[in-house]
Design a protein around this ligand. Sequence first.
Ligand SMILES: Nc1ncnc2c1ncn2[C@@H]1O[C@H](COP(=O)(O)OP(=O)(O)OP(=O)(O)O)[C@@H](O)[C@H]1O
Ligand SMILES: [Mg+2]
Length: 478
Amino acid sequence: MFSRYKKTTGAEPVQPAQAVQTKAAPAPAPKMARKHATAAKSATPTPADKEKRRKERLAEIKLELHKSLLDNLNLAALEKASEQDLRAEITAIASETLTEMEVVLNREERQALNQDLYDEVTGLGPIEPLLKDDDVNDILINGPKQIFVERKGKLSLSEITFKDEKHLLRIIDKIVSAVGRRVDESNPYVDARLQDGSRFNAMVSPIAVDGSLVSIRKFKKDKLGINDLVSFGAFSEEMAAYLQAACATRLNVIVSGGTGSGKTTTLNALSSFIDNSERILTIEDTAELQLQQTHVGRMESRPANVEGKGAVSQRDCLRNALRMRPDRIIVGETRGEEVIDMLQAMNTGHDGSMTTIHANSARDGISRLENMVAMAGIEMPIKAVRSQIASAVNLIVQASRLQDGSRRMVSITEITGMEGDVISMQEVFRYQRTGLTPDNKIIGHFTATGVRSHYSERFKMWGYDLPPSLFEPTVPEY
Ligand SMILES: Nc1ncnc2c1ncn2[C@@H]1O[C@H](COP(=O)(O)OP(=O)(O)OP(=O)(O)O)[C@@H](O)[C@H]1O
Ligand SMILES: [Mg+2]
């Protein structure tokens, strides 16, 4: 099968080599141009130097091999090849190239290299291990040499890099073409959902100035539930009990927050309070929600194709959803003209609907809704808009990513009606910050504000008799 890859003697058999050894490679610095196994013994570099050099040399070899692979592999045939065949093909090409380069690797190094090459060909190259790592939430790429990774709420620069911008572009292209999209100079940004459910956004030159910008929000197989969020300190048990009553009694809820603050996660967790018998329709730009209920219909909007045709907006989905006899409608994020239909749905019998918006506080969230209505071209006096919002929205849950990386629900606010031209609201729970530890962790606690819930009677009528103590301010224990 691999007859075109002539086997040469010497280099391929497993050698007990400690480090990567080369024989007079043409370009590298003289210190790297060492002779086979004995050469390592005669030099006197420290183990750290050796390790560093080994890594550098491995990186060089990998680049060379990537190039050789791309030159030699028939990419069209490759799509149909079985994993076994593909791995065998890669091993053959790698071993031939290693022989040509007069490089001897030990078994482990060869295996690692073959895996990298396999990832490069079938997966997403250098970022493949990050995608497989369950601890990683977000991957943020700023050009080929800078990849930031978020683990446990903290962003840090990873050691992984792409070879160059071309390499990064090739991976971007691979990702977007797999989901039927395109990104290039004339169409320089794309937002898509990957096959594994991860959210992907890329922006390339000339809009991205210093190399392509990519952000990936990894799909979490095990979504965080209410109990997880309580145990992570995202909100308190009292808040959870209150939210359970609010969702079960079909209040209309908006989760507000900044980017990456945990809005979608919160929405998903809140949805667990919905009764299994209800028919829920979800509408999202990028389908991320994972509802546990049995009766769920999921919709995902679609951007226009390259000819500018075929777009199906969230608003289109929402309008259609209203004809699909839903008990509840959940819109992943309201960010445009669909706000009109969302408010109408909330006002006309689809109680218990939920959505998220991008805003920094409950009051700010209301202004956002007003602005979205205005932008949708609806000419309505501001008072009419506000009264529609006031009667549609019952609750705003504010999510926030604090400066220490922790994500918390910093406020739960009830909309209580209108006072003159102003929407009146009351905060029922909040996160009270009290200080900072020496290692910059925020100190604080959740507390009720002491006001009685506007919806107490409703809760009682629906069988959720929340004890008054739930609404009493908490005195923190230190
Ligand atoms: N309380 C939490 N504790 C730890 N991780 C969390 C918490 N809430 C959310 N996350 C994680 O943070 C990341 C961002 O969360 P999420 O997608 O819910 O944010 P978002 O506000 O919807 O973001 P965007 O504005 O990009 O839509 C996810 O990977 C999620 O798993
Ligand atoms: Mg989100």
